[in-house]
Design a protein around this ligand. Structure first.
Ligand code: GLN
Length: 542
């Protein structure tokens, strides 16, 4: 049976629970263990799919089509394995399952209650689909003390009794602030947070302390004493220069050793940290830079395009160059200032997106990239807008657009049934907006002699999707005649998966999201190639 490790957070949010869980997973995997990492989110949305990236950052999509928390992206990048639908649950999903069952008569005669019904359902989720794993690491979203997380904490407390304490480990991550004016490290918030946790019946076994400076031994002793943990299990984590240094730093602090000790286990094989050392060193030691313009709507919020940012960094790793991501807010771009914004940019990437705001700015950036032969990478919405730009300015279809943005446009992009049913508009808003997009892995065939095929070095690929609108195939010939070829198609040839310009050094749009599959240890070929083209662009400019 698997052993379960629960990771909770205290004091404040955003101190790196996801990264700590992912790093621990990677260290255990490297010692020969099979590990799954899961996220339990206390919010009431069924999934984060309908939330703006301003709320919780990027929505990460799994192979099997779940719209999940961005922490699953960290888990995949650190463990080099794909997450599944069953690896993320929210309060909303739990309640929706329970209420459905209640209506079906599944609880006939009973009063449905948080304890035991909600907690039972959480416990089922924790265990579900985990037979082959040695460890299941469950990260509990939010901060101890939040009303929403209570049922989850109660559930993990019960769970630990159900499967015996020796098979479960509680890790609590807290912030240990450093007070500059008195040059002091303060342990009180940690003490309070652990007190809160203990009042629910959970005694942490390991405390990870996030701190700006190393924690002196006296302060560690204090934390150990007041929080009732072994001093060896007070682990510090100091800010790392790149997130990929985190596994190295946790190993140095003996987190993995203490976890294995707790379960009375030994490494199954000797740990190999070389890949992380190599990645960290090459990220930190690069001397040359390129500027990649990320033109989007949510660029101000640093987690909104997390996987795109990471995939660009991975591309830099392969090309031995430091990728400087220049975030450009699309709604600020206009004909007059575009040159100023983009003159020092070596490659332009337009990521996925929704809605009208900022689209004209994105279209201007695409035109600039097309005419000035700057490498351009359009992802999902970025590809759709690249086609709109081409249709307007090259095919001279002045009203070309996407029906997502304007129902009265010439529909280059639309809902598939809009253009198959003789142009009759069927409003997208008539259907539920949650979980109704084309989601998860779909196959695409790559065209012979295309750039995309030469990049992937194969003809069939499978990539993750998250979109509702599609390219209108009725315009295909017009596009191709003028030099924008449909280089990737669905196996039945009805859906466009990728386009590219013939007369351009690197101009590729894809309907899918390659960023979700890029990992530091297996860099996505499209990001690798895009960064390479941007590097060539930079060399040519000088
Ligand atoms: N808004 C577009 C659609 O739904 C693109 C989505 C995206 O970029 N992920 O098709």
């Amino acid at each position: 049976m698997a052993r379960f490790i629960f990771v909770t957070g205290g004091v404040v949010s955003s101190i790196g629970k996801g990264l700590s869980s992912a790093s621990l997973a990677s260290l255990l995997i490297s010692q020969g263990y099979k590990v799954r990492v899961r996220k339990l989110d206390p919010y009431l949305n069924i999934d984060p799919g309908t939330m703006s990236p301003f709320q919780h950052g990027e929505v990460f999509v799994t192979d099997d089509g779940a719209e999940t928390d961005l922490d699953l992206g960290h888990y995949e990048r650190f463990t080099n394995t794909s997450s599944r639908q069953s690896d993320n649950i929210t309060t909303g999903k739990i309640y929706s399952d329970i209420l459905k069952r209640e209506r079906e008569g599944g609880y006939l005669g009973k009063t449905v209650q948080v304890i035991p019904h909600v907690t039972d359902r959480i416990k089922q989720f924790i265990k579900h689909d985990t037979k082959k794993e040695d460890f299941v690491i469950c990260e509990i979203g939010g901060t101890v003390g939040d009303i929403e997380s209570l049922p989850f904490l109660e559930a993990i407390r019960q769970f630990s009794n159900d499967i015996e304490k020796k098979n479960t480990l509680f890790i609590h991550l807290t912030l240990v602030p450093y007070i500059k004016s008195s040059s002091e490290i303060k342990t009180k918030p940690t003490q309070h947070s652990v007190k809160e946790l203990r009042s629910i019946g959970i005694q942490p076994d390991i405390i990870i302390c996030r701190c700006e400076h190393s924690i002196p031994v006296n302060q560690r002793k204090k934390i150990a004493l007041f929080c009732n943990v072994d001093i060896k299990n007070v682990i510090e984590t100091i800010d790392v220069k790149t997130i990929y240094e985190a596994p190295l730093s946790f190993h140095k602090q003996k987190l993995d050793k203490q976890v294995l000790n707790y379960f009375k286990l030994k490494p199954k094989k000797q740990i190999n940290l070389k890949p992380w050392k190599h990645i960290t060193a090459s990220i930190l030691n690069k001397k040359r830079n390129i500027n990649i313009g990320l033109v989007g709507k949510y660029v101000d919020y640093k987690d909104a395009y997390k996987s795109v940012d990471e995939a660009l960094i991975h591309g830099g790793l392969e090309n031995d160059i430091n990728v400087n991501i220049v975030r450009i807010e699309s709604h600020k771009l206009n004909k007059k200032n575009i040159k100023n914004y983009l003159k020092n940019i070596n490659g332009i990437l337009i990521p996925g997106g929704f809605g009208l705001r900022g689209t004209e700015g994105k279209i201007l950036a695409i035109k600039y990239a097309r005419l000035n032969k700057i490498p351009f990478f359009g992802i999902c919405f970025g590809m759709q807008l690249a086609m709109v730009e081409f249709a307007r300015n090259v095919l001279k279809l002045k009203k070309a657009g996407s029906t997502e943005l304007n129902k009265n446009c010439t529909p280059i992009i639309g809902l598939i049934n809009e253009w198959t049913k003789k142009g009759k508009i069927i409003k997208g808003t008539d259907v539920n907006l949650g979980g109704t997009m084309r989601l998860g892995l779909y196959n695409a065939n790559l065209k012979t002699n295309s750039k995309i095929k030469s990049i992937y070095k194969k003809t069939k690929v499978s990539e993750r999707h998250r979109h509702r609108y599609e390219v209108n195939m009725n315009f295909k010939d017009k596009f191709q005649k003028k030099g924008m070829i449909f280089s990737a198609l669905s196996p039945d040839k009805t859906l466009t998966e990728g386009v590219e310009l013939i007369d351009h050094p690197w101009f590729i749009g894809v309907q899918f999201h390659p960023e979700f599959k890029s990992r530091p240890m297996s860099v996505h070929p499209l990001f690798n190639s895009f960064i390479n083209a941007s590097k060539i662009n930079k060399n040519e400019k000088h």
